[in-house]
Ligand binder design. Structure first.
Ligand SMILES: *Cc1c(COP(=O)(O)O)cnc(C)c1O
Length: 454
């Protein structure tokens, strides 16, 4: 929901004239001025900042302002920008050539790292994005089961493949409807869309359609409606129902893989899917995705089997080098306890800052992913924060309030997600002092947001 800039009075106190000019130029050339819509600041009003460079936990825009980065390229940069080990690996690969269209040993090296890390993965195929990974995983599930239907959950994002850009029909467990012009009704009808965390809807859907369902695809911790942590019973129900009905359970760990634990959300929850999709961190900041899982399933992929999937730049040497170095660093230094400790401090501090400002809020967090859901009303008037468990509860957030918060933080040099419905990420480069600085900025900004509304 776009908020007009005049509604956000905390906006634009810094001079951003170069970003403004760059955006005007880009809008003439590129639809909406951006190569991916999440970058456009549409959900908070105003114009995107154009980035000149990143280093460690910081971004510098083309007007020379430095920001503490809580986007991390929307997930990949868990080591921070320009991590020396990653840059060295890219340099080394670059010296040998950028693409060959023939296998390299480094691809098997990265495959070994992925298989070693992710509990469900026995074999893995590399692609160039998360979208490609989920599209390919679904084709494989359909090809292997001989079934057409897939089941997904509202508020989960799996990239922009047609069969995943589908919204729920009018009643639960009915046929999906296109969620974008250009997705055909024929494609959408093979996708069922249910509410996340709802075990009884899931049971009903399997009772009605179980023998037709090729796959259930889900984010095992959701980052794409803001952060939503599933109930364990819900994940267990998905595991048991798919097993019982011969459907493939796909955990989409494009965001959570190597982020919530080295082995992803599945390591953390101890539930093993049949297939897993990866992206973001696995490419270390270069374009790389992957899908993997049970060897008997993966052996259906051409040329081992008959399910077609290919890519000119798949397993690209630069991307493989960056991903491999990133995974090696994460495995050797196991930063997850530190990330957990800093995340916990950040979550507590944000919760207190909202309370001090009299604003109802829920802070949802797992590891280094977090969302401050700003919710409607005032604490003094009897409103309270409520848990966010699915899209129905997430979508009750006060997005105008979030927009004001976002811009107030930008003015204080803190770059948060430009939408209430995106999780923030931090990296191993973020220090305790960075977290404290963020909390001071949040206290000031939330107090200002509350005062502005009086
Ligand atoms: C980002 C994301 C994708 C899509 O990955 P791209 O590399 O943007 O195509 C798919 N699934 C999840 C869970 C994601 O967060």
């Amino acid at each position: 929901m776009a908020v007009p800039p005049k509604e956000t009075p905390l906006l634009m106190s810094l001079n951003r004239s170069k970003s403004h000019a760059a955006f005007a130029r880009a809008c003439q050339l590129i639809p909406g001025g951006v190569n991916s819509p999440a970058r456009a600041f549409g959900a908070v009003g105003g114009e995107p900042l154009f980035i000149a460079s990143g280093l460690g936990q910081h971004l510098t825009d083309i007007d020379g302002h430095v920001y503490l980065d809580y986007i991390g390229s929307w997930g990949p940069m868990i080591l921070g920008h320009r991590h020396p080990r990653v840059i060295a690996a890219i340099d080394e690969a670059l010296a040998r050539g950028t693409s060959f269209g023939a296998p390299t040993e480094a691809e098997s090296g990265l495959a070994e790292q992925i298989i070693d890390a992710v509990p469900s993965i026995e074999k893995v195929r590399m692609v160039s994005s998360g979208t490609e990974a989920t599209m390919s995983a679904i084709r494989l599930a359909r090809g292997a089961t001989g079934r057409d239907r897939i089941l997904k959950f509202a508020g989960n994002y799996h990239g922009h493949g047609d069969s995943l850009l589908v919204a729920a029909g009018s009643a639960a467990a009915t046929l999906g409807v296109p969620n974008s012009p250009g997705v055909t009704a024929g494609t959408a009808k093979d996708t069922l869309v249910l509410e996340y965390n709802d075990c009884s809807q899931l049971e009903e859907a399997f009772a009605a359609h179980g023998q037709d369902i090729a796959a259930v695809i889900m984010e095992p911790v959701v980052g794409n409606m803001g952060l939503v942590d599933p109930a364990r019973e819900f994940l267990l129900a998905a595991r048991q129902l798919t097993e019982r009905h011969g459907s493939v359970l796909i955990f989409d760990e494009v965001m959570t893989g190597f982020r919530l634990a080295y082995g992803g959300a599945q390591e953390r929850c101890g539930i093993t899917p049949d297939m897993t999709t990866l992206g973001k961190i696995v490419g270390g900041g270069l374009p790389l995705g992957a899908y993997g899982g049970r060897a008997d399933l993966l052996d259906h992929v051409l040329p081992a089997g008959k399910v077609f999937q290919a890519g000119t730049l798949s397993g690209n040497p630069l991307a493989v080098a960056a991903g491999s170095a990133t995974l090696a660093e994460l495995k050797e230094h196991a930063p997850y306890a530190d990330l957990e400790r800093r995340g916990s401090r950040l979550a507590d501090g944000l919760k207190h800052a909202a309370e001090a400002a009299g604003l109802p809020a829920t802070v949802a967090r797992v590891g280094s992913m977090l969302t401050l859901f700003l919710q409607p009303g005032r604490l003094g008037d009897g409103a309270t924060g409520f848990p966010v468990v699915d899209w129905a509860t997430a979508s009750q957030s006060d997005t105008r309030r979030y927009a004001r918060f976002f811009w107030g933080m930008i003015d204080r040099g803190i770059y948060l997600p430009c939408s209430q419905f995106e999780a923030l990420f931090f990296s191993i480069a973020h220090t305790d002092a960075d977290i404290e600085r963020t909390l001071v900025a949040a206290q000031e900004t939330l107090a200002e947001v509350a005062a502005h509304e009086n």
